[in-house]
Design a binder for this molecule. Sequence first.
Ligand code: GLN
Length: 258
Amino acid sequence: MTKLTIGWLYPTLMSTYGDRGNVICLQRRCQWRNIPVSILPLDQECDSSKFAQVDLIVGGGAQDRQQEIVMRDLKGDKARTLKQILTDGVPGVFTCGSPQLLGHYYEPAFGERIEGLGILDLVSKHPGPNAQRCIGNVVFDITASPLLEEIGSFWRDLPRVIGFENHGGRTYLADVAALGKVVKGYGNNGEDQTEGAFYQNAIATYAHGPLLPKNPFLADWLIYKSLSRQSSTKVTLDPLDDSLAYKARESLLMRHGL
Ligand code: GLN
């Protein structure tokens, strides 16, 4: 049975907003299907060889200060390896502070510009300490291909994603696909109705929640892509009972008249 090694980017620095829930969700959805799964922290304690071992990557959100600390370490071979594996199609889900660091730069509310990895063709800028933060429930419809088509063909869901956003930075896309179109909330910047970004098999989003337990079809798409990529065939995942998650989704969508 193909196993799945989940790389978790800087767990102690980048889980300020509960995105560890994405790791737990992926791990449990594999265990419920008897798919061997392990979690590998990708942080200051490891070298770039660990980055090359993962089959799926999760990056969470962080405050500006922690993002600056992460980028002191995420450079050289580690940065090159992360760029290589994402470009090669290793699936991943990156939330808020993580995608800001995968872009060209992030200008925080205070201090110097944080140079990013340039993997995603985007930039992020905090408009300053007096600017309103982008906080609240967020709802968006996936628009990125082939994610949209693959989700549509495998799962009954309209690819409508729900989550919670809490960011000061505003993200502006250049030559990279938006993940989706905002239905409710701010999304990337509260101006152009884009939310997140999609590159190869990497999902970048401002949606915390955690994202994956609220949107089980995204968790399963990540598992499906990782296993299919490893086995060079389109694997089929056993269905799970997500009725409780869908009840929670319906309740939130109804609350917002959607
Ligand atoms: N510190 C970044 C910002 O405020 C990211 C926040 C987050 O990860 N939720 O935009």
